[in-house]
Design a protein around this ligand. Structure first.
Ligand SMILES: Cc1cc2nc3c(=O)[nH]c(=O)nc-3n(C[C@H](O)[C@H](O)[C@H](O)COP(=O)(O)O)c2cc1C
Length: 358
């Protein structure tokens, strides 16, 4: 699998089938983990694998109990406490295997190296069709002297992160991501211009200051899902962050060459989007039948900082099936994907929309 795809597809998995993961696979994943970079190539990681069901159950209970003895200040603390106190809450999510990554404590900042190794492992597991979830709740427990002793781990190892691993019994959508918070980007005018040109923006920006004050350009790409609650919430949230210029692009669909339906979608959706944005939302019908071409064209017509793609659930979305978000990402802008719940489809139109051949 392509790395880019693995990065975008990987999700924290919290439901597993009872099937065990074979030893060779676990070893291969750990081998992928240790390919991670580390400061001065110190490779300061060590691994513990627990695949004994009984022991996992015992550790799950003890780790939970231990976490609840800790001082957990603030709203995060009370949320964590509430979650852990739910009857039957299994901190290992029923996974058949746990990997604890320990960091050598003989030098500074080794835990960050271990986190890089953990990410390698999670991506490699996803590539192998397996699921992982980091379990921060277990970290304090694996630092207890008696636990280290029972596992045969020397006292100078510090737990960095534990991960559960198994065959996924779910394909969650994940919580999504906000566009990166750009705290600074100092570049000379020529660099800024070439970067903007790469993003397909027609106009050139003269200096950094202008870039900083203009509203954030958000291109929303949607058809049937042009006004779902998720999309409205995302727009409301973006608008709350600061001035935004929203544009809704409804690509022409293959069964609607005359764009009548796209125009009707705009007409229905724009007022709802404007309600969520608290201001004007521009609407455009895609210039091409291919959504990617329509997006490229739209990006060329204005200044955009983000693309939001709103589409049908993953199993029926033609756009997701064709990997549209990834292809748009390659145009150089951050992409957020929002998939509608079945019951939240935007408008009643023929059932074959966005389905097509898969
Ligand atoms: C350091 C760390 C600790 C985490 N601890 C837990 C945990 O204890 N339990 C859990 O279910 N998920 C845990 N997660 C998973 C995050 O909740 C999850 O990665 C995040 O919500 C983003 O979702 P995604 O991984 O599906 O994109 C942890 C993630 C990280 C990076």
């Amino acid at each position: 699998m392509e790395v880019h795809r693995a990065i975008y597809e990987r999700r924290a998995i919290r439901a597993f089938t009872p099937e065990a993961v074979d030893e060779a696979t676990v070893r291969a994943l750990i081998d992928a983990a240790v390919q991670a970079p580390s400061a001065t190539n110190a490779q300061p990681w060590g691994f513990v694998v627990v695949a004994e069901r009984e022991l996992l159950r015992e550790y799950a209970e003890r780790a939970k109990a231990h976490y609840l003895t800790l001082e957990l200040p603030g709203p995060y603390g009370s949320q964590a406490r509430e979650l852990l106190q739910r009857p039957g809450y299994d901190i290992f999510h029923g996974a058949p295997l746990l990997i604890v990554i320990y960091a050598a404590s003989d030098r500074h900042d080794t835990v960050s190296d271990c986190f890089l190794a953990a990410q390698n492992l999670m991506l490699a597991a996803h590539d192998a069709g397996l699921g992982t979830c980091p379990i921060g709740f277990a970290r304090p427990f694996f630092g207890l002297p008696d636990v280290k002793e029972a596992l045969g781990v020397d006292m100078d190892w510090e737990p960095a992160l534990s991960l559960v691993l198994g065959h996924p019994a779910e394909r969650p959508e994940g919580p999504g991501r906000q566009p990166a918070r750009m705290l600074a980007w100092r570049a000379g005018a020529s660099t800024a211009q070439s970067s903007l040109a790469r993003h397909g923006r027609g106009e050139q920006v003269g200096d950094d200051e202008e870039t900083a004050v203009r509203p954030a350009g958000v291109l929303i790409v949607a058809h049937r899902t042009a006004a779902t609650p998720k999309l409205l919430a995302a727009i409301h949230e973006r608008a709350g962050r600061g001035p935004c210029a929203f544009t809704l692009l409804v690509p022409r669909s293959y069964w609607d060459p005359d764009t009548e339906e796209a125009a009707a979608t705009l007409e229905l959706a724009i007022p709802l989007l404007e309600g969520a944005a608290g201001g004007h939302v521009e609407g455009i019908v895609g210039s091409a039948e291919d959504p990617l071409a329509a997006i490229q064209d739209a990006l060329g017509r204005g200044r955009f900082d983000e693309v939001i793609i709103s589409t049908l659930p993953a199993h029926v979305s033609r756009w997701l099936h064709r990997d549209l978000p990834h292809r748009v990402e390659q145009l150089g802008l951050p992409v957020t994907v929002l998939t509608a719940e079945q019951s939240h489809r935007g408008f009643a139109v023929p059932p074959q929309e966005e389905r097509g051949s898969r």
